[in-house]
Design a protein around this ligand. Structure first.
Ligand code: NAD
Ligand code: FE2
Length: 376
């Protein structure tokens, strides 16, 4: 049976943070990272919380959060015992917070013979990228591996989309996270689990990216495009939460964790090669090109129009075309190929990819991604 599901209530717009003013809880636990404290973005949240409330801040989350960070946050969460938990930041703090809440719930349930723990959970994204505020996923790193947990219980109760938080984003992070939005919408659209609801959201997100990402990158202080990319991020999140993703993400998770590349950048680097290899989705790429207003006369040309759009966007935002441009050593890369393939195949995102690749296909794909050529 098919299903389409949206959970968090979404508060959006420049005044959306006022939602916090009306909260009645007395104890708040905030999960964030050190930049949010340094940039004083956390102050915007603190100012709105009820005056007589007690607040504990866990700001130790790092990009690509680890199991250890989740564990130490979980200890502080249990000690403080808040009524309300707020995640403030990019995908990393939101995912780390989801992990803490999930494991706490699990432990309480197991130790108390089934008691459900339900803390009020608010997610406030400060990047327009992961869509984590509306997804049941949490991506946690363990050693050199990235593990994507998936559970509806991790969904926030409320997502607050406030474009004020994105004013301080450096262009490089806008580029990376914006390409993550494009990857989410693209993979939601071509996924074997896609449906009319997810496709409509995905197409709208792709159009918003095409019309606004470059302007947002060039001028982060301009409200109009900043707000639209934030909507695109959220729309794409709702779409892929229902349709799942594909091997663009599986490959990005794997090489991102091994070679320390930011999530969005890893997605952007591999995207053109994935488009070429996903032959069963060429018709979908052509459909997207049509929606974007490109003219072409057959499916392959339609796919190429979309490919050119992606390559142009990457060039404008100074994103590398291959792993060798990141100065990753080839002999190290070559030695790792068998384990990379193993990890890509077991990634949660691989199941609904339109093409099922053989090991030989993966070897060719990885070499193309390394050398930046389609001629292998
Ligand atoms: N849960 C999901 O559904 C999902 C989906 C895709 C990716 N992810 C995961 O999310 C993580 C990536 O999240 P991200 O791309 O949002 O980046 P991030 O949270 O790792 O943040 C990247 C950097 O940007 C800084 N930053 C964040 N907001 C800022 C702002 N407003 N101004 C200035 N600096 C700011 C952070 O401090 C950090 O240094 C990865 O671990 C990835 O695997 C999760
Ligand atoms: Fe992503």
């Amino acid at each position: 049976m098919d299903e389409f599901f949206i959970k968090p209530k979404i508060k959006f717009g420049v005044d959306s943070l006022d939602y916090l003013k009306n909260l009645v809880a007395k104890r708040y636990f905030i999960v964030t990272d050190s930049s949010m404290v340094q940039l004083k973005l956390i102050d915007k949240v603190l100012e709105k919380l009820p005056k007589d409330s007690k607040v504990e801040i866990f700001s130790e989350v790092t990009p690509n959060p680890t199991v250890e960070i989740v564990e130490s946050g979980l200890k502080r969460l249990i000690q403080f015992d808040p009524e309300c938990v707020i995640a403030l930041g990019g995908g990393s703090p939101i995912d780390a917070c989801k992990g803490m809440l999930y494991f706490e719930k699990k432990v309480v349930k197991e130790c108390s013979g089934g008691t459900e723990l339900n803390r009020h959970f608010i997610a406030i994204p400060t990047t327009s990228g992961t869509g984590s505020e509306v997804t049941s996923y949490s991506v946690i790193s363990s050693g050199e591996n990235k593990i994507a947990l998936a559970n509806e219980e991790m969904l926030p109760n409320i997502a607050i989309l406030n474009p004020e938080f994105m004013k301080s984003l450096p262009p490089k992070i806008i580029a990376d996270t914006g390409m993550d939005v494009l990857t989410h919408s693209l993979e939601a659209y071509i996924s074997l689990k896609g449906n009319p609801f997810t496709s409509a959201l995905a197409i709208e997100a792709i159009k918003l990216v095409k019309e606004n990402l470059l302007d947002h990158y060039k001028n982060p202080l301009e409200l109009s495009q900043r707000e639209k990319i934030q909507y695109a991020s959220c729309l794409a999140g709702i779409a892929f939460n229902n349709s799942s993703l594909g091997i663009n993400h599986s490959v990005a998770h794997t090489i991102g964790a091994k070679f320390h590349i930011s999530h969005g950048r890893a997605n952007a680097i591999v995207m053109p090669y994935i488009i070429q290899v996903n032959k069963n989705a060429w018709q979908d790429y052509a459909n997207i090109s049509k929606e974007l207003g490109y003219k072409f006369s057959n499916v392959s040309e339609g796919k190429d129009c979309f490919l050119r759009f992606v390559e142009e966007l990457k060039k404008e935002m100074k994103i590398e075309q291959s792993l060798n441009q990141l100065e990753i050593d080839f002999s190290d890369f070559k030695l790792r190929i068998p384990s990379l393939i193993k990890d890509i195949k077991k990634d949660i995102c691989t199941e609904y990819n339109p093409n099922d690749l053989s090991d030989e296909d993966y070897v060719k794909l990885l070499l193309k991604i390394y050398f930046g050529t389609d001629e292998i």
